[in-house]
Design a binder for this molecule. Structure first.
Ligand SMILES: C[S@@+](CC[C@H](N)C(=O)[O-])C[C@H]1O[C@@H](n2cnc3c(N)ncnc32)[C@H](O)[C@@H]1O
Length: 204
């Protein structure tokens, strides 16, 4: 099982999420990030090539050592200094008000206690800091939701705890962000159970 979660799953995840049509979405999510930056659920480092040129350093956290290992080559090639931490977003090892921006993509689906994770994101942001997210989740269509609920158990086992049916904007709004800008869209190229996206910025 450990071989699956630390070797096979990181490779499969990388293969699916490195597809070139996703790059513009990543770039757009990262276009305004600046200052002290934390990326949660860093995975295999697929966002690295999408940060704006002025970003020279980030802190990254992920609990899967297999993901961290697979990210190393990208880190070396990126020219960005990455302070890579092994850990869970539910317990961030940083003081209150440390970061100007926190970033996540395709991550909130997989976090066990997602409300606690978003509370931690809010805690570690400076006042006025921003949480930039690009996440998949619950479709607005009842027929698709039905399949998302049916497939959830299998998806969680095969894809590192991924839930298909989370309403990401509602989860972000559980924290006292002063402003949450969000939009929702279908990626079009993934099955409709997996391709409904939430992207936005929440300001502390
Ligand atoms: C589907 S991958 C996405 C990777 C990357 N963010 C990307 O856009 O390609 C989800 C990532 O979330 C990480 N993850 C799972 N539980 C987590 C937690 N509690 N805290 C932080 N990251 C977590 C996984 O290890 C995995 O690397």
């Amino acid at each position: 099982m450990q071989f699956y979660s630390r070797v096979i799953f990181p490779a499969v995840c990388d293969l699916i999420l490195r597809q070139s049509f996703l790059v513009p979405y990543r770039r757009e999510m990262l276009a305004q990030v600046e200052g002290e930056i934390l990326e949660i659920g860093f995975g295999t480092g697929l966002n690295l090539s999408c940060y704006p040129a002025q970003v020279r350093r980030i802190v990254a956290i992920d609990p899967n050592p297999g993901m961290n290992r697979k990210a190393r080559r990208r880190i070396e090639q990126s020219g960005i200094e990455v302070d890579q931490r092994l850990g869970e977003c539910e317990r961030l090892p940083f003081a209150d008000g440390t970061f100007d921006c926190v970033v996540s993509s395709w991550t909130l689906c997989s976090i066990d206690d997602v409300n606690q994770a978003v509370a931690e994101v809010h805690r570690v942001l400076k006042p006025g800091g921003r949480y930039h997210f690009l996440e998949h989740g619950m479709s607005p269509l009842p027929g698709i939701q039905k399949w998302q609920r049916r497939l959830n158990g299998l998806e969680m086992r095969l894809a590192g705890g991924c839930h298909l049916d989370r309403n990401i904007t509602a989860i972000v709004r559980t924290q006292p962000f002063t402003l949450v800008q969000a939009d929702e869209f279908d990626l079009g190229k993934f099955p409709r159970t997996h391709g409904f996206m939430y992207r936005g910025v929440a300001t502390k």
